[in-house]
Write a protein that binds this ligand. Structure first.
Ligand code: BG6
Length: 488
């Protein structure tokens, strides 16, 4: 590969957790397979369980095999990968346990300390890394959620900042590592065609949907404390909104991009207490169907608290108060147990200023740019053309100009977001990571929603599993004379 990656020690705190087994180890394996791990790179799997290291490594290997496609299993790579691993049982809060960690860290190489643990432990890990003399060489990677509101996120960020400068703190939002999200930057800033149209003069509204078909998947304990606003909207959807709405950065340096994103967050209009019931819909899934099979409602899931009023769905209308976006609503929605796994950004362009075609076809006229993150990643532009045929007259039809990434680049697989993000950390590149002030402005905006809800005291609206959310979410957008694009 063209990229030379320096040797690092990669220490994964929380190595037996869900994220590590589902995403991080498989991503490291894929990097190894692609020749993107330096020969000397070592991986330290750190967790509490005092199990024999061989048994833990065997578990990791099993987890990797379970997560990769059959044709991606390369036995020699697997051997090399497992050979890089070492398991160490430790209590992350105990300073004494860091001595044996320090013994395994190469002194002359960067130490990448990845925190796949609850954020409440981040401060203690940082302090103990510093106590063991490891801080100077470390880059720390923080998983979300960082706190549960502005105040608690500040506590976490400040605890980390006592030992690490911002230039060595990497806050993960895995949506930033997705191929299509990366492509949004290329699309916007490498094509003058779009950028000259990218404002209130030409765009009527924007939709951002991140719909999942999965339910809570045994994560009730975590999820019920968080809810969809904190779990998805505060981070993934607001990041997508920022990348869609930001001004062109002057270069691709991490801080140039982050400065532009922060401006968008600062320009988000607060949603007042009076507006909240019109502008925001909270939902919770009831029983229904997923993939044709009956599934229980949120309150009937294993270990559920039957009284819970945590939302599993949220949709809202956001407005950005600046020159570019005045009067252009951004409709955001995200939910669990929805009709389809679908993540997309839809840019709706305004109608032409003067209309010369048959009046009954007027409602057809619209250009849309659809940036699809999943399932099939791709970009399509809906354009108006004429129907073909002698008997058709000037009949219009709306059709897509498409770029389907998995079709276009058939030979190369689309890497998982975590592969890209881990590679970026190893290269010391902060572009795709979230700066402290971004997190804080995002929380500030979300806090006012949480506060507004708690004053209203409403329970979330129930929607059947396998649907597009509560009816009120449809009303939210039809009230403005529009509809959610692509709902079947
Ligand atoms: C995570 C959330 O950040 O993103 C999960 O905690 C969610 O609840 C997941 O399921 C969705 O990620 P993706 O990449 O599958 O869209």
């Amino acid at each position: 590969p063209a990229i030379i990656v320096e040797a690092v020690t990669f220490a994964l705190f929380g190595a037996t957790g869900d994220l590590s087994t589902r995403k991080l180890f498989p991503a490291l394996y894929q990097l190894d397979r692609a020749g993107l791990l330096n020969e000397q790179t070592r991986v330290l799997a750190l967790a509490r369980e005092a199990a024999p290291p061989e048994a833990q490594l065997a578990r990791i290997e099993q987890a990797v095999r379970a997560r990769i496609a059959a044709e991606e299993v390369d036995e020699s790579v697997m051997q090399r990968f497992i050979g890089r691993l070492d398991y160490l049982a430790m209590d992350f809060r105990r300073a004494e346990d860091y001595a044996s960690l320090a013994e395994r860290v190469a002194p002359d190489r960067p130490l990448i300390a990845y925190f796949a643990t609850p954020a409440a432990v981040y401060g203690a890990i940082c302090e103990n890394l510093a106590g063991a003399g490891l801080a100077e060489q470390s880059r720390v990677v923080l998983e979300k959620p960082i706190g549960h509101d502005l105040a608690s996120s500040k506590v976490v960020n400040e605890a980390v900042a006592r030992f690490f400068p911002e230039t060595r703190v990497y806050r993960i939002d895995h949506y930033l590592g997705k191929e299509t999200v990366q492509n949004l930057i290329a699309l916007r800033f490498a094509n003058s065609l779009f950028e000259t149209q990218w404002d209130h003069n030409h765009i009527s509204h924007v939709e951002i949907t991140v719909a999942e078909t999965v339910g809570i998947e045994g994560r009730w304990g975590y999820f019920d404390q968080a809810g969809q606003l904190r779990d998805m909207l505060q981070n993934h959807l607001l990041q997508l909104l920022c990348l869609t709405a930001m001004d062109p950065p002057s270069d691709l340096a991490a801080d140039s991009i982050r400065d532009e994103k922060v401006k968008v967050l600062k320009a988000l209009a607060p949603i007042t207490r009076e507006q909240i019931s019109q502008r925001v819909v909270r939902g919770q899934y009831g029983s229904g169907y997923s993939g044709g099979k009956p599934v229980p409602g949120y309150l009937e899931e294993e270990n559920a608290n039957p009284e819970s009023s945590t939302e599993t769905f949220i949709s809202l209308r956001a407005d950005i108060c600046n020159w570019r976006w005045a009067g252009v609503p951004f409709y955001l929605r995200t939910g669990k147990r929805m009709a389809q796994k679908l993540s997309q950004i839809v840019i709706h362009f305004k109608e032409p200023p003067f209309y010369i075609f048959a009046p009954e076809q007027r409602s057809l006229i619209t250009n849309r740019l659809i940036i699809r993150l999943q399932p099939q990643e791709g970009i399509s532009l809906q354009v108006m053309t004429k129907e073909q045929g002698l008997d058709k007259g000037m009949h219009l039809r709306s059709g897509p100009l498409q770029l389907n990434f998995s079709e276009t680049y058939k030979s190369s697989r689309i890497p998982d977001a975590y592969e890209r993000l881990l590679l970026e950390v190893m290269q010391g590149n902060q572009n795709l990571f979230v700066r402290k002030d971004e997190i804080e402005y995002a929380w500030q905006w979300c806090d006012q929603l949480i506060e507004g809800w708690s004053r209203l005291g409403d329970r979330p609206k129930i929607y059947p599993a396998g649907s597009w959310g509560p009816v009120a979410s449809i009303a939210l957008i039809t009230r403005d004379g529009r509809s959610w694009y692509g709902d079947l």
